[in-house]
Design a binder for this molecule. Structure first.
Ligand code: ATP
Ligand code: MG
Length: 359
């Protein structure tokens, strides 16, 4: 872990999600579980990337607003505590937009377009040639989301690692150009040598890429292949029943690296049982996919039940959610404005102080 610590002595982390739909099991194993673990030892900032949702849903602002609120409900359901962690809206932290503009100058255009996650998204989400200018800009914006908080780590799924790499490049370049940090400096020394930014690392969760129920693509809220945190027990059972393996019979030796077994590994929290299932499945010892799916669905519903229970407390009460976001925005702006002031100092853009007010 990067030695960077905050005033309260805790290392800081930042991460977030785009409100393109509700949160699913991929979010849990890839990132949110890790956030819940870190919130008692770290200063945590969790961003709802509502501006980024406009990059693919510009005509759906009402849905973006609804999903922004639902994502917060999902966070609360999964165990994020708004007293410990700041949950905030990207659109209400103006320093992020200002830093995006500046950081866009630090990244060659072709470097942004080479980003493999962007290329994958253009393909998987069928964006063709008609995506907005704002779409690739979101990758630059994400470097600003992160660096506005000068975090030591960023808990994310595997698909975000290329974005983190770009963020690290921006941080290094900024420190080299504006803070005279040597290009030979170790990443861990940048702040010590006067750099504004630490070089943050990706903290990938236990399962970096949970496959969707189609058995092919990453589970994704935009692709119709997700099991959502808010799904009912019946929906979970039905969706698990659809996980595609291609296996024909219970006596056919099965492939324990298939999609179904990724779920067995991730969610059946009984190692001897997992070992037994793998042994019998790989030998084709009269064990059908249907049986394994039943056990996976039971394990999932057991895990999701307390989350459903917590969620019920916030059902129908948008005001309570908006208050949580407001409190989070106030806390987030304190750090982001401080970062922006440091950036303005370093870039000779500081002319006079400014104060931001919320509420
Ligand atoms: P979209 O389809 O709109 O891109 P998404 O489902 O990919 O949505 P994001 O908001 O892009 O969700 O991702 C939020 C965080 O959750 C990121 O850290 C991402 O890596 C992680 N994540 C999303 N899906 C998965 C998955 N299937 N497995 C592991 N981590 C995931
Ligand atoms: Mg995504």
């Amino acid at each position: 872990m990067n030695p960077q610590v905050t005033r309260n002595g805790r290392p800081r982390i930042l991460t977030g999600d785009t409100p393109t739909g509700a949160l699913h099991l991929g979010h849990w194993v890839g990132s949110v579980k890790r956030r819940v673990e870190l919130q008692s030892t770290h200063e945590c900032y969790f961003l709802v990337a509502n501006m980024h949702a406009f990059t693919t849903r510009v005509d759906l602002s009402a849905e973006i607003r609804r999903d922004s609120i639902e994502i917060v409900r999902d966070y609360l359901a999964m165990g994020i505590d708004p007293k410990q962690s700041a949950i905030f809206l990207q659109s209400e932290v103006p320093a992020i937009a200002e830093l995006t503009f500046l950081f866009a100058m630090l990244l060659p255009f072709n470097r942004v377009m080479r980003n493999p996650t962007l290329k994958d998204e253009i393909k998987i989400k069928n964006l063709g040639e008609t995506y907005s200018f704002g779409f690739p800009l979101y990758a630059v914006g994400q470097t600003a989301d992160i660096l506005a908080f000068r975090p030591s780590g960023v808990p994310v799924g595997e698909d975000q690692v290329p974005h983190l790499e770009m963020t690290r490049e921006v941080a290094r370049r900024f420190n080299q150009i504006f803070c005279k940090v040597s290009e030979h400096a170790e990443d861990s020394d940048h702040e010590k040598l006067g750099g504004t930014f630490p070089i943050p690392h990706a903290d990938v969760g236990a399962v970096g890429r949970l496959v969707g129920i189609d058995g092919i693509n990453k589970m994704s809220k935009s692709l119709g292949n997700a099991i959502f945190i808010a799904d009912t027990p019946k929906e979970v059972q039905k969706k698990v029943g659809k996980i595609f393996t291609g296996r024909q019979s219970p006596t056919e030796p099965g492939d324990i690296t298939n999609a179904l077994f990724q779920y067995v590994d991730a969610f059946i929290l009984d190692p001897p049982r997992v070992a037994e299932l793998k042994d019998r499945y790989s030998r084709g010892d009269n064990i059908g996919d249907g049986h394994i799916k039943q056990e996976v669905a039971e394990a999932l519903n057991k895990m999701l039940e307390p989350m459903r229970e917590r969620r019920r407390q916030f059902e129908g009460d948008d005001r309570a959610i908006i208050d949580i976001l407001k409190d989070g925005c106030i806390r987030a702006n304190q750090v982001a404005e401080e970062t922006l002031a440091m950036v303005k100092d370093a870039t000779k853009l500081a002319y006079f102080p400014r104060r931001l007010t919320i509420g």
